[in-house]
Design a protein around this ligand. Structure first.
Ligand code: NAD
Ligand code: IPM
Ligand code: MN
Length: 355
């Protein structure tokens, strides 16, 4: 099993290092070999090669069975030419690998109920939402786009576009996911204002005809953002476009205690899947051994389940994480009032101990 590892920038390197320790332990425990190769993406690739996504990185990813990514970006590259920003590297690899579906499971570990800022009675209802975010279309990639001047002043725009086939394939992923869960899909759009959202809703409704066993509802994105914090237990699978999914999944992550807890899997039709925490390079804590590596470790569990058909190994990692939290180990982002805080490496140690 070949894995291309893209640590990236900021805390990316720190969290990926802990993830790889866990992967190695899984290899020993399950008697299998993971062959890893590293490549550059984001700011570090700009520094070394002048571009955020070198051709060699794309080739190495395509040659692998799965890709593990840390995070990209940071203040150092915030003022460079926007066409080569670190984030372009991440958008580029998603596009190159055809990873149109991004699965972001927001689960509140019961051991972390104290880190959740919602009322205890709301927390008690449970939080287990799967955000299915469209990843290679929408306003992120729509043409035309413009950053310049018009009528003597600065002027810019982007275009939110969706073809029917892009909507159908992401809707299918959501309905299939719902079948393995509680059988409910909420499609989130802005169909009361946006033309593109009206097309989205119409096609989701049409595709739903093939999944009569799944319950489908629709919600406007502003209401969805509100409902997610008011009563997250009403949601099972949430399917939405690229930008809305980006925003709603960070919101969902906060409800699970911290953005440092939420893993993700990006998948397409044939190329290797890409697995990454949903958070960024966290420049404010980078290089200080403060990052929470659990989202990355849980992303490895997703990799084992989705790319390598190793559900037992994935369960094993998830149980080790739950046990670690139960034992009270906390990085700063999920710390209890007055509780003991450990670093990124020590959290890796604790999970390894429990594996
Ligand atoms: P961020 O997710 O990096 O950080 C937001 C906040 O969450 C910060 O306070 C940070 O310290 C905290 N945080 C994030 N991950 C954490 C972890 N594992 N453990 C503990 N705390 C954690 O978002 P941002 O500050 O908006 O963006 C910083 C940079 O990261 C930007 O350049 C942005 O473009 C990039 N970014 C990259 C990705 C990615 O690579 N997938 C995702 C989001 C943002
Ligand atoms: C994410 C990030 C990326 C996105 C950025 C860094 C391009 O926020 O993975 O959620 O917007 O998709
Ligand atoms: Mn994001």
């Amino acid at each position: 099993m070949k894995i291309c590892v893209l640590p990236g920038d900021g805390i990316g390197k720190e969290i990926v290092a802990q993830g790889l320790r866990v992967l190695e332990a899984i290899g020993e425990k399950f008697d299998c070999t993971f062959e890893t190769t590293e490549a550059l993406i984001g700011g570090c690739a700009i520094d070394a090669e002048g571009v955020p996504l070198p051709a060699e990185t794309v080739a190495k990813c395509k040659d692998a069975d799965a890709v593990l990514l840390g995070a990209v970006g940071g203040p150092k590259w915030d003022t460079i030419d926007p066409s080569i920003r670190p984030e372009k590297g991440l958008l580029g690899i998603r596009k190159e690998l055809g990873l149109f579906a991004n699965l972001r499971p927001a689960v509140l570990f019961k051991e972390l109920a104290d880190a959740c800022f919602l009322r205890p009675d709301i927390v008690a209802r449970g939080l287990d939402v799967m955000v299915v975010r469209e990843l290679t279309g929408g306003i992120y990639f729509g043409e035309p786009r413009f950053d310049g001047e018009k009528d003597g002043e600065r002027f810019g725009y982007n275009t939110m576009t969706y073809y029917e086939h892009e909507i159908r394939r992401i809707a299918r992923i959501a309905f299939e996911a719902a079948r393995k869960r509680s059988g409910r899909v909420c499609s989130v759009d802005k169909a009361n204002v946006l033309d593109v959202s009206r097309v989205w809703r119409e096609i989701v409704i049409d595709e739903h005809k093939n999944y009569p066993d799944v319950e489908l509802e629709h919600m406007y994105v502003d209401n969805a953002a509100m409902q997610l914090v008011r009563d997250p237990s009403q949601f099972d699978v949430v399917v939405t476009g690229n930008l809305f999914g980006d925003i709603l999944s960070d919101e969902a992550a906060a409800i699970t205690g911290s953005i440092g807890m939420l893993p993700s899997a990006s998948v397409g039709d044939s190329n290797p899947g890409l697995f990454e925490p949903i958070h960024g390079s966290a420049p404010d804590i980078a290089g200080q051994d403060k990052a929470n590596p659990l989202a990355t470790i849980l992303s490895i569990a997703m990799m084992l389940r989705h790319s390598f058909d190793m559900a037992d190994a994935a369960d094993c990692i998830e149980k080790a994480v739950a046990k670690t939290l139960e034992q009270g180990y906390r990085t700063g982002d999920i710390a209890q009032e007055g509780g003991k805080v450990i670093g990124c490496v020590a959290m890796g140690d604790a999970v390894l101990g429990n594996l």
